[in-house]
Ligand binder design. Structure first.
Ligand code: URA
Length: 160
């Protein structure tokens, strides 16, 4: 929904997303659904999108030129949604949104701001990474509780 408070940004559509024309509907999407459920967010109340608007062949990493070509579309999207908080999932989303080359480990654990719009932004791992490293699930949960505390203005119990 365009009036969503939460915006989740992933990397790029995979094959299932490409088929259905919807973001995060494959295996990573199922995990994202359970992550949302665990922090009491309804999927139909949050906005989910990707940095890249087209699927890279064979799911390869996005290339710099692709990222820069899609950037104006993402920026325009964010300006229309005007979310209260952005969650950047994975390295490509985090680096593109923050115009940074830092790693996820360096970017996690604090509040950032997106662009001149100054929208609070939190960085976490990509759900596809969690499918391979389930031990990191707790960190994502911590990151999202931290994001929630920023929205609620409550004290965070966040720790790396
Ligand atoms: N991975 C992403 O980054 N985005 C999707 O939409 C699906 C998988």
């Amino acid at each position: 929904p365009i009036e969503a408070d939460w915006l989740f940004v992933g990397e790029a559509p995979g094959s299932e997303e490409d088929k259905q024309g919807l973001p995060f509907v494959g295996r990573a999407g199922q995990l994202l659904n359970s992550i949302l459920f665990s922090i009491e967010l309804a999927r139909d109340k949050v906005y989910i999108t990707n940095v890249l608007k087209c699927r890279p062949p064979q799911n390869r990493d996005p290339m710099g030129e692709e990222l820069s070509q899609c950037e104006p579309f993402l920026h325009d999207q964010i300006g229309r949604i005007k979310p209260e908080i952005i969650v950047a999932m994975g390295r490509f989303a985090a680096q593109a949104l923050l115009k940074s080359t830092a790693s996820i480990a360096e970017l996690r654990g604090r509040q950032h701001e997106y662009s001149e719009l100054k929208i609070p932004l939190v960085v976490t791992y990509h759900p596809a990474y969690l499918l391979r490293s389930l031990l990191e699930k707790k960190k994502v949960w911590d990151d999202l509780r931290f994001a929630k505390s920023l929205l609620d203005g409550s004290e965070s119990e966040w720790s790396v």
